[in-house]
Design a protein around this ligand. Structure first.
Ligand code: SAJ
Length: 427
């Protein structure tokens, strides 16, 4: 199948890079977003999210004249739905954005079109939710138009590379729909493309992120055990990972972002009685901020009025995304227990967890601090020179929740380094 014009709905972390990439491949692309602010920023030639290389790519796409931004869809050969599927308070998937994006294309759907859903969705969404909405157009799925599901699997921080290089799973409503999907993605994907049915493709995505959540949960439990038994979890993991069939992930202050901490619930909500392990992993990972705070409280012999500089608030290194961030939760909990917390997040200077004070610079954050706590391993924090830091802050306590600071270097710099998963220096 040939595609000359594609309409991409949702100009977020997935939709904008995809739309820009398609435009750079020579297609005419209409990028649609329901948020007027996003539309305004993009029409001004700017972007509203931080992702390495995205500004350059998007601006090249705008300048090519092949990517235009609209607040409503229009007729096209293919429609890609890349809208968010957040979690409601009750841990149910909120499919409202998928529903309204699908409804918005019904008037423009024509015979021979392809519709692709990329949003992470509970199993059977494509078959049982999307197809009936699109059939309000009077067209029959699989006969008059093609319908496919292909999960986005790109890692924030490496989206542009992974969009092209990662393997793609494309699940069709039927075989010809999967093949139509393959024809579209072949225009820019260099990784292998695997065809399957839509429900399997939905499940694959949820299995990937759920398996990762469980792997991180066991790493977090290992960190608790290592502190209990008086060893370094980091050394133990390194040694265990020498085994050819073992790959233990990294403990940390918890699991955040809009994927790994959310997607397991798409399975849990569908079958609570079959997902005990997944539920337990969520509990372990969600409990990790409190575990980290209890450790800091113990090592500092109380938190009341202790001045703590909290470095990083993003959900992981070198991104600006604060959604569900465990670092935010650690900072908030520290403040709720009476600590005076100055936060410094270089990618979001204005962000303020409840009870904390945001600092505009590292110097500002540490200037009165009794202790410094690394919550996110942004590159600039990984490379911090403890000697220089010692000259800027009065205290000599340092907490590393990511296992990236070397104890010998920090001790030489004059600090007592407390590392997650390693027993306290004087315990
Ligand atoms: N984390 C750890 N220890 C680790 C790895 C991660 O504590 O060893 C934490 C991070 O600090 C972060 C959270 O887990 O808070 C999630 O980070 P991540 O890098 O594991 O994943 P995401 O959410 O940025 O991206 C994931 C990716 N999925 C997998 O690796 C299976 C990505 O490929 C997906 O496209 C993305 O979810 C998504 O959109 O679903």
């Amino acid at each position: 199948m040939d595609f000359n014009k594609v309409c991409v709905l949702g100009m977020g972390y997935i939709g904008l890079p995809t739309a820009s990439t398609l435009a750079m491949q020579g297609m005419e692309v209409v990028g649609v977003d329901a948020n007027a602010r996003v539309v305004r920023i993009l029409r001004d030639g700017e972007i509203h999210i931080h992702e390495p290389g995205l500004r350059t790519l998007a601006q090249a796409a705008f300048n090519s004249g092949r990517l235009t931004i609209k607040d409503e869809p229009e007729e096209a050969d293919a429609f890609i739905l890349a809208v968010q599927t957040p979690l409601r308070e009750n841990h149910q998937a909120d499919m409202a954005y998928v529903v309204s994006a699908a409804e918005s294309i019904v008037p423009f759907l024509r015979s021979g079109n392809l519709v692709v859903l990329e949003s992470t969705s509970p199993p059977r969404t494509t078959m049982d939710l999307l197809a009936p909405i699109l059939e309000q157009s009077g067209l029959t799925t699989g006969e008059d138009y093609y319908l496919a599901y292909t999960p986005e699997r790109v890692l924030p921080g490496q989206i542009l590379k992974e969009l092209i290089d990662n393997a793609r799973v494309i699940g069709g409503y039927d075989r010809s729909s999967a093949e139509a999907g393959r024809d579209l993605y072949l225009s820019f994907v260099r990784g292998e493309i695997y065809l399957t049915d839509a429900t399997t493709a939905e499940m694959v995505k949820l299995m990937e992120n759920t398996a990762r959540d469980i792997s991180i949960a066991v790493a977090n439990e290992f960190s608790r055990l290592a502190e209990h038994f008086g060893l370094s979890v980091w050394e133990a993991i390194e040694l265990a990972n020498l085994h050819p069939r073992v790959n233990i992930l990294r403990p940390g202050p918890g699991v955040g972002g809009h994927c790994i901490s959310i997607d397991p619930y798409f399975l849990i909500q569908a079958a609570p009685e079959m997902t005990g392990l997944m539920q337990r992993a969520r509990t372990v990972n969600d409990g990790q901020p409190a575990f980290v705070v209890a450790r800091i409280e113990r090592d500092l012999q109380g938190l009341s009025d202790r001045r703590i500089a909290a470095l990083g608030l993003a959900y992981k290194a070198d991104v600006d995304d604060l959604r569900n961030s465990p670092a935010v939760e650690v900072a908030r909990l520290l403040a709720s227990k009476g600590a005076k917390v100055a936060t410094f997040e270089p990618f979001a200077l204005e962000a303020v967890p409840e009870g904390c004070v945001p600092a505009g610079s590292l110097e500002d954050a540490v200037k009165d601090a009794d202790a410094v706590a690394l919550l996110v391993d942004h590159r600039q924090f990984r490379e911090l020179d403890p000697q220089a830091l010692a000259s800027q802050m009065p205290g000599r306590e340092a907490f590393d929740t990511r296992g990236v600071w070397s104890s010998s270097v920090w001790e030489q710099g004059g600090f007592r380094l407390h590392t997650l998963g390693v027993r306290a220096p004087d315990a």
